[in-house]
Design a protein around this ligand. Structure first.
Ligand SMILES: NC(=O)c1ccc[n+]([C@@H]2O[C@H](COP(=O)([O-])OP(=O)(O)OC[C@H]3O[C@@H](n4cnc5c(N)ncnc54)[C@H](OP(=O)(O)O)[C@@H]3O)[C@@H](O)[C@H]2O)c1
Length: 266
């Protein structure tokens, strides 16, 4: 299968890297197109792949095109692609851009799927959700799952859930890193050297996830395992709950979902 990626920024590169094993095993061929000359030069040195010098070149002969430009760049790009798309399968990872927006700007035969990956795809541990759009069915489902599964878990959702998915798992790595950073700072606040705080908290997060996976427990039950009556953990949880930690997290994710809804209108 001949695939192309348009837009090789942070996420486009993560996906390109994740697809390389399929290229090396001869399952797919992959071409990329990036508009920024500087970025193109950086990538040419890093990957043994042809980078097209024009949009027309990357579209020529490819069956599957993954679009990884910013949401605000979608209108211009799709209009330029127009009828050149024909019946190709388009996978768009742009946050907030509905498949109807894409369909209006390209050939009416285009097969359109929205995908929401996240940055851990770079190490094969991504959470990817996809929604089948116009002109797609079981054949496209099979292609998408086979192509993307080396990047992490791949889950089909209805398109009206994509803003929520974007807010939760698409943006999610940033929340996790914020939490990690805040905990490291907290370690420093209670007197630990920074390096030690960072090492301890990294292993605590890794170990807690592993525990959750192996015991197949619910996070609430796992919290109870750590929280002894009148102990240190309940003192911490009390202070955090009083400050509204859960409400703050929910407000953040809700703001991201709202922002995703706004993006298509800009
Ligand atoms: N980053 C994430 O964690 C994440 C997670 C999930 C989904 N996404 C989605 O992924 C998409 C890309 O995000 P990103 O963070 O990777 O953005 P990015 O780093 O800005 O990458 C986009 C790249 O596409 C290039 N580009 C723009 N127009 C182009 C065109 N017509 N043809 C070819 N290349 C073009 C840009 O060049 P210029 O810089 O010169 O414009 C840039 O290098 C967005 O739609 C975002 O919603 C991102």
């Amino acid at each position: 299968m001949k695939c192309g990626i348009i837009g090789l920024g942070k996420m486009g590169e993560a996906i390109l890297k994740g697809l390389l094993p399929q290229v090396q095993e001869g399952e797919i061929t992959l071409a990329g197109y990036e508009v920024s000359d500087q970025r193109r030069r950086e990538l040419e040195g890093r990957y043994p792949l042809p980078l097209a010098s024009s949009l027309q070149e990357v579209l020529k002969g490819t069956e599957v095109i993954l679009i990884a430009v910013k949401p605000q760049q979608m209108d211009t790009l799709l209009t330029e692609m127009g009828d050149l798309v024909g019946g190709k399968l388009l996978l768009s990872i742009a946050a907030g851009i509905p498949s109807s927006f894409i369909q209006k700007r390209v050939s009416s035969h285009a097969r359109i799927v929205r995908v929401m990956p996240n940055t851990p795809a770079l190490v094969g541990e991504g959470a990817l959700a996809y929604a089948l759009g116009p002109n797609t069915g079981s054949n496209e489902r099979e292609i998408v799952e086979k192509l993307l599964s080396p990047l992490g878990i791949v889950i089909e959702v209805a398109e009206d859930l994509m803003d929520a998915v974007t807010a939760l798992s698409g943006s999610g790595p940033a929340y996790v890193f914020l939490f990690l950073q805040a905990l490291s700072e907290a370690g420093v606040k209670v007197g630990l050297p920074r390096d030690l705080a960072h090492t301890l908290i990294l292993q605590t997060v890794k170990g807690s996830l592993r525990l959750l996976e192996e015991l197949k427990g619910h996070p609430a039950l796992m919290m109870e395992m750590v929280t002894s009556p009148g102990g240190t953990t309940i003192a911490a949880l009390h202070a955090m709950e009083r400050a509204g930690i859960r409400g703050i997290i929910m407000d953040g994710v809700e703001a991201a979902a709202q922002r995703s809804k706004e993006l298509a209108k800009e």
